[in-house]
Design a binder for this molecule. Structure first.
Ligand code: GTP
Ligand code: MG
Length: 446
């Protein structure tokens, strides 16, 4: 549902990710592109503008985390802001209270109210709650039958009275639900082609009669920007507690999903993703944001790096590198940091563009060689760690014995250390695409 947006963002981030240093101009240029991509995905223009402004405020002048490329940091910021835009945390319908808890479904004609009523009853059933369905659309002859059929097919109780007045149907329906000892009673109301006074009056009257704990607005996700307009009007004229966007399995551009919570201030609670009675997904802002960004798992990587790298440590390292003071102690703490971040192959797997063969090698090795490297460094004296040039033949033999390794391995480690020192010096000048090769030269990668 967000394929186009995902592809566009991926392109933009690719351009950013390879950079060692992000200039303000570069960030601003990318943000312009992000804004364009959002507009093309049918995101409300005000929402897109505000979104980009927030990302910019956070991205420009940010301290760069060690171990994370600046472009990745921007991806993380965009991700966090997306989650926020989508409503922050998961919002569930409020069905607490004395049963039967009344829930009212409202929306325009054909938006998916009846289908969603059945889907919701199925979802509630999975939570162990029995629903009672009330068809409150007496105008279209087939409307009532549609809900009754769905209810029977899915094993839910349903009100089948003969009344012609929607408010009366709902009152009786509520009684029926009480008698049936249902946990939740779902009112499937009538829709109109457009929001009009008659519809709003009818819905207000029903609300007055059954006092729903939750009013859910059902909106067709395929109508794009109009979905936001419809929601705004319902908000003004009736008010509601949650939104269900339907038909999100179609080729909806998804912009409505991105704008609706921000514009109305009411959370998106479910997505309808098909015609069948189980095609209802609780809405998860964070999962949706990750899906939209589909960036390997850069976000998780950045989070772990943030957890494990203290800023002072990063500054210290940068200073040492610039003075060429990076020694075996630093080398060891780098290794420890890599280990702390999690299984090596898992971390490497999160880096987009990591060659598959390199991953397989690491998997075979299970990161064991990192342990051996650490053992070797642990067998050195502090003086040796600070000044590797001291390590002559006899010292190397002693270290090999002390760490249960061989002189060959000690030699290899020292060679890798020199390589790493060299590599770290080049890090800031690193060109796009080369990172994979660089990583393959880290100890434990072969
Ligand atoms: N693909 C897809 N189709 C859906 C979804 N939700 C509803 N539909 C279809 O949309 C059409 C209208 O759905 P209804 O549930 O009858 O809509 P309604 O709001 O009750 O319509 P009225 O009662 O006429 O106002 C039906 O053909 C449904 O199968 C969905 O999430 N995905
Ligand atoms: Mg209907």
């Amino acid at each position: 549902m967000f394929e186009d947006l995902t592809t566009r963002l991926e392109g933009i981030f690719k351009g950013l990710r390879g950079r060692g240093v992000l200039t303000e101009d570069l960030v601003r240029e990318s943000l312009k592109e992000i804004r364009r991509a959002l507009l093309e995905a049918d995101v409300h223009y005000k929402v897109a503008k505000e979104f980009v402004k927030r990302v910019e405020e956070r991205a420009v002048g940010q301290e760069v985390l060690k171990g994370v490329r600046p472009g990745q940091q921007v991806v993380k910021i965009v991700h966090d802001e997306l989650v926020d835009l989508l409503g922050g945390s998961v919002a569930r319908p409020n069905i607490a209270g004395t049963p039967p808890v009344p829930v009212m479904l409202v929306g325009l004609q054909g938006s998916g109210k009846t289908t969603t009523t059945a889907k919701l009853a199925n979802w509630l059933k999975k939570q162990g709650r029995a629903s009672y369905l009330v068809p409150a659309d007496p105008y279209r002859p087939a409307a009532r039958d549609q809900l009754i059929k769905l209810a029977r097919a899915n094993g839910h109780a349903v009100y089948e009275g003969p009344e012609e007045d929607p408010v009366e149907i709902c009152r009786r329906g509520l009684e029926g639900a009480r008698k049936a000892a249902a946990d939740v009673v779902l009112f499937d109301t009538a829709g109109r082609l457009h929001v009009d006074d008659a519809l709003m009056e009818e819905l207000s009257a029903i609300r007055g009669a059954v006092k729903p704990r939750e009013v859910l607005l059902i909106v067709d996700g395929m109508i794009g920007q109009d979905a936001v307009t419809v929601a705004e009007t319902f908000k003004e004229r009736l008010g509601f507690d949650g939104v269900v966007l339907t038909k999100m399995d179609g080729d909806a551009r998804g912009g409505a999903a991105l704008s609706i919570a921000r514009v109305t201030g009411v959370p998106l609670k479910f997505l309808g993703v098909g015609e069948s009675a189980d095609a209802l997904e609780p809405f998860h802002p964070d999962r949706m944001a990750s899906r939209i960004l589909s960036m390997g798992d850069v976000v998780t990587l950045v989070e772990r790096a943030q957890e494990t790298v203290a800023v002072e440590e990063a500054e210290d390292l940068a200073r040492k590198l610039s003075r060429n003071e990076f020694d075996l102690d630093d080398f060891r703490s780098q290794l420890r940091r890599i280990r702390k971040m999690g299984p090596l192959n898992q971390i490497l797997g999160m880096l987009p563009g990591m060659p598959k063969e390199a991953l397989k090698e690491v998997e075979k090795d299970g990161g064991r060689s990192i342990g051996r490297v650490e053992a070797i460094i642990n067998s050195m004296t502090p003086a040796e760690r600070a000044k590797p040039a001291l390590l002559n033949g006899s010292r190397r033999k002693r270290i090999a014995r002390g760490s249960g390794t061989s002189v060959q391995e000690v030699n290899q480690l020292l060679k890798q250390f020199q390589d790493m020192r060299q590599m770290m010096k080049q890090m800031s000048k690193l060109k796009k695409g080369k990172r994979g090769k660089m990583l393959a030269r880290l100890p434990g990668m072969r």
